[in-house]
Design a protein around this ligand. Structure first.
Ligand code: ZN
Length: 432
């Protein structure tokens, strides 16, 4: 069956000037509502010396100070559950989700019925771009409890018309037993789950390539766009993989790769305004090809728990502002977390780039030790199993990543949590 190319053609292919008009209209309303209903946002605007009626476009928005997760958390601790940045009466909230932060207490995010509609629509545009269609039988294999990856993404995927199978996690064997009855054609999961499911299939005597799964849609993790990971997954399942991106503090999923697979298209046009800033100086960075910076988000249509100029700590590299598919949402890749990035004599270094380089040499366990600030070369890099290849690796790092380092072999700690890559010894962290 032939399907339309877009879920929402008008919004997704809007000329940039129209998108700006739409953003400006929605922004003025959002800021006015925040000012009227929330002491938190009244304080923020006062700090920037700006009146709500003066915020008419992205330029004016820069007068409002940034918001950090710590501030939102403090607001919720002082006034549980939603904090004084919330803009609705609690009785109007029909659902809450938690942020899935790896550190600290999660935030409680509220949704009104209108908020759910907005997130569903934005998510559906993203998942349609990623390949979900009404004739798919789609396995949703993320954790359904608490986080937006569960119900919020489920609603968005269902909105595409796909037949949803709410499998969740911990059901892999059962899923394989039921496979012939369900005949799934698409899978939505973390980046690593398809590897695990393929292994479980093999243990049950099944060949993953013969199971008929044709689409792998993965929830954003740095690495989702690494060529090696993609080809491995595609090969394993004989399926096409599309990466997606979302941030629970903002909306569920609001960017995804289209069939060109040349970066994540931003698809939150009428729900969030994006700024790019230099993570160290906080100066604005133009959204244009090859620009790199931290993503900063401002809601355009959030009723319950809106944020203005929220620093995501996610670093993006802009890959383009147009695409053969016709979508006009800018394209980007997530280069890592700004907490992980460091600078050596003007060169920005992301652990994800080092990870990709080491993978080419068959190595993947490493740690970067920074013992002084500003960071001066040579940078110390500890690599497990490097035996004898220290010099060769240091040369490759210099040639490909542009900074001088010393590579040493080391046994590195193993944890269940997210792997720690950067150790800021100058900041009081212990060496691994
Ligand atoms: Zn495209």
């Amino acid at each position: 069956m032939e399907w339309a190319a877009y879920f929402d053609e008008r919004t997704e292919t809007m000329p940039p000037a129209w998108t700006r008009r739409l953003e400006e209209e929605l922004l003025a309303d959002q800021v006015a509502r925040c000012y009227e209903r929330s002491p938190f946002w009244r304080r923020k605007l006062a700090e920037g010396g700006v009146r709500p009626e003066q915020v008419l476009g992205a330029e004016d928005l820069r007068r409002i100070p940034f918001t950090t997760k710590q501030e939102l958390r403090a607001s919720q601790e002082a006034e549980p559950p939603l904090g004084d940045f919330a803009c609705v009466d609690p009785v109007d909230v029909v659902r809450v989700h938690l942020t899935s932060g790896t550190t600290g207490k999660p935030l409680v995010l509220g949704y009104t019925p209108e908020d759910l509609k907005t997130s569903t629509r934005i998510g559906a545009r993203s998942f349609w771009a990623a390949g979900a269609r009404p004739d798919d039988v789609l396995l949703h294999c993320l954790n359904y409890s608490f986080y937006t990856g569960g119900l919020v993404d489920h609603d968005s995927l269902e909105e595409t018309g796909a037949t949803m199978v709410p499998a969740g996690l911990g059901q892999s064997r059962r899923l394989l037993e039921l496979w012939d009855d369900l005949r799934p054609t698409a899978l939505f999961s973390t980046l690593t789950y398809p590897l695990y499911l393929a292994e479980t299939a093999r243990e049950s005597g099944l060949d993953p390539r013969a199971l008929g799964l044709r689409k792998l849609i993965v929830a954003g993790e740095p690495g989702g766009q690494l060529a090696g990971t993609r080809s491995r997954l595609q090969e394993l399942w004989d399926a096409a993989m599309s990466d997606t991106y979302g941030l629970s503090d903002v909306w569920g999923t609001f960017a995804a790769e289209c069939e060109e697979r040349n970066g994540l298209h931003f698809s939150g046009q009428d729900g969030v305004l994006v700024e790019l800033i230099d993570p160290e100086s906080a100066e604005p960075v133009e959204i244009e090809p090859e620009a790199t910076g931290e993503l900063v988000f401002t809601h355009l249509a959030r009723e319950a728990t809106p944020v203005l100029r929220f620093r995501s700590r996610d670093l993006a590299e802009i890959l383009g502002v147009d695409c053969p598919c016709g979508r006009t949402g800018f394209r980007f890749r997530v280069a890592g977390r700004s907490d992980d990035m460091f600078r050596v004599r003007g060169v920005n270094v992301f652990p994800s780039s080092l990870e990709a380089l080491l993978k080419e040499h068959g190595l993947d366990r490493f740690a970067i030790v920074l013992d002084r600030f500003p960071v001066e070369p040579p940078v110390e890099i500890l690599v497990e199993g490097v035996d004898g290849k220290e010099e060769e690796l240091a040369k490759a790092v210099k040639a490909q990543l542009g900074f001088t380092c010393v590579v040493r072999g080391a046994a590195l700690p193993r944890t269940e949590e997210k792997t720690k890559r950067v150790y800021r010894v100058y900041d009081g962290e212990e060496r691994p």
